[in-house]
Design a protein. Sequence first.
Lengths: 342, 326
Amino acid sequence: MTSTATSDRRGAALLDVQDLAIEFDTEAGVARAVDGVSFQLREGHTLGIVGESGCGKSVTALSILRLLPQPMGRIAGGRILFRGEDLVTAPGERIRRVRTGEIGMIFQEPMTALNPVHRVGRQLSEAFLLHQDISPRTALERSIAVLERVGIPSPELRVSEYPHQLSGGMRQRVVIAMALACRPAIVIADEPTTALDVTIQAQILELMKELQDEMGMSIILITHDLGVIAETCDEVLVMYAGRVAEQGTVRDIFARPSHPYTRGLLESIPRLEHPRKTMLRTIEGMVPSLMDLPAGCRFNNRCRYAQERCRETAPRLEPMQDAHDVSCHRWRELPAWQEPVA
Amino acid sequence: MSAPLLEVQELRTWFPVRGGVFLAARGQCRAVDGVSLSIWPGETLGLVGESGCGKSTLGKSVVRLVRPTSGRILFEGTDLAGLSMRQLKPFRREIQMIFQDPGDSLNSRLTVGHMLEEPFLIHGIGDENSRRERVQDLLRTVGLQPSAIDRFPFEFSGGQRQRIGIARAIALNPKLVICDEPVSALDASIQSQILNLLLDLQQRLGLSYLFIAHDLAVVKHVSDRIAIMYLGNVVETGDGEEVHRHPRHPYTRALISAIPQPVPGRTRHRQVLVGEVPSPIHPPPGCPFQTRCPQVQPVCREQKPPLREVAGAGRSAHSVACHFDL
């Protein structure tokens, strides 16, 4: 949520994901949900991962903390370097320490992240007690302090309530408080505001921004909402069918989207400034099944620019310019981008 | 100027809240609490609001899936609010509904053909062959292959299932279609396909829509006029462009400013509302928005502001339920 120049993008990365592949065993065979995804997260930055259902954005996030559904899911290749240490091969004991202290996670539906039979205070205190040699009483005091910080009114009363007694927005604040309790270096937020109303979403995004400024953590934000990306992220990864279609700074991607899929997404969202009742540009067809991917570029069957070579060979992610990579054979030949807003 | 197709007057739909040993009614959930609105032939009225504001209950009251507590629902002059199920039957052809989740609203044990044939059977229209032909026409109209007729809902994607839901809704050539969050379960690239289909069908078939959704950008795109709901009440209504450009109610302003725009680096003043929506079981006295309103005054805590016209009249009126001219 800072916006510094990205010329030293290859510099100090807190998290460096290299050539990640994730597979799932299904009844129909092995599905490769993520195939050769690489990205870096820099200190104090927010990286957005955007794409439609099934593009692999959530499993990418889950795999960082080795939280893939077991036993069907596994990391089939690649490295996830956190401060130089490969989390893919790290022992289980080490991963547990990373999960509880160094990398926090916020899920879409806060009710599933909270234990319904324990009081809020007990769940929060647990996060403190796991790492710090403090008394339960001190842990509870700290829980109250952190609840106050995330904007929960009368936290000293709320700690003795159960999750179902809180509203959706309040529950998400509790989950944020848990994720931030031990001041992690990275927070992974998987659709943190999708289940919330738009005025509550604004509150939660504002809160995350404030906390980031205060604590200097890095954020990976998974969302399907390009508006949320534009307003909160520094860099963005656009995913389609398990691969990266395009990546770069938010500024570049929105000003010069260079993959036909990114363009299609930007054109298809209704905007307040659009003249009403006009036809929207659409992306024809639908996302292919992972078991039945088209040969060549995975977007070719929906792409209005597809040619013979797109149906034969998969494009490689190539640098377009500094800090902006695109995976399209024809990016140089696409017509100049026109802002969809009239 | 023609008469409205639908005129909802002072509609209230309250649900009893039960509890205790004998499930006695302990209170009332005022889901819809005195709403008036009109829809003219061929137009779309967009209804926007956050979860729990009563927008879906209002839609369901209009098709009489729930029975309103009081008020009138005038459809071409006939009040539907008090009619019996039998008396309602002819109106069921005229008013249809599209639901949010096409997976839940389609019977998974019927083929698409059987499902789409049902409306004709219920109303005794045509023979077997003509019905099958009509169903295939319908499938083509909504952009599906006629071969879909012998397949089951699970064989289709979310977007295709929503097309089936739309085909069912338009089967009997209704005049009014209530669209309840028809695209909110769909991905962005599919959402635009369905919105285009709805716009296209409206033009071709002369449909009127009550389009209910939580996403103001989507609603504004498909609607002629819009109404903003908050806690069971319409707080502002008017021409879509006018309400977007010159919102008069503090809630409308906050709602517009809360929508994340896909334009990075845009500097604008975001007004973040504090607090949350009160429960419709215990609505606050006075103005429903007073607990969160940044401009709240003493009078707002005592008197409920009526919806009053601030510009224009009739169909082109811009009305707002606020004590003040902001």
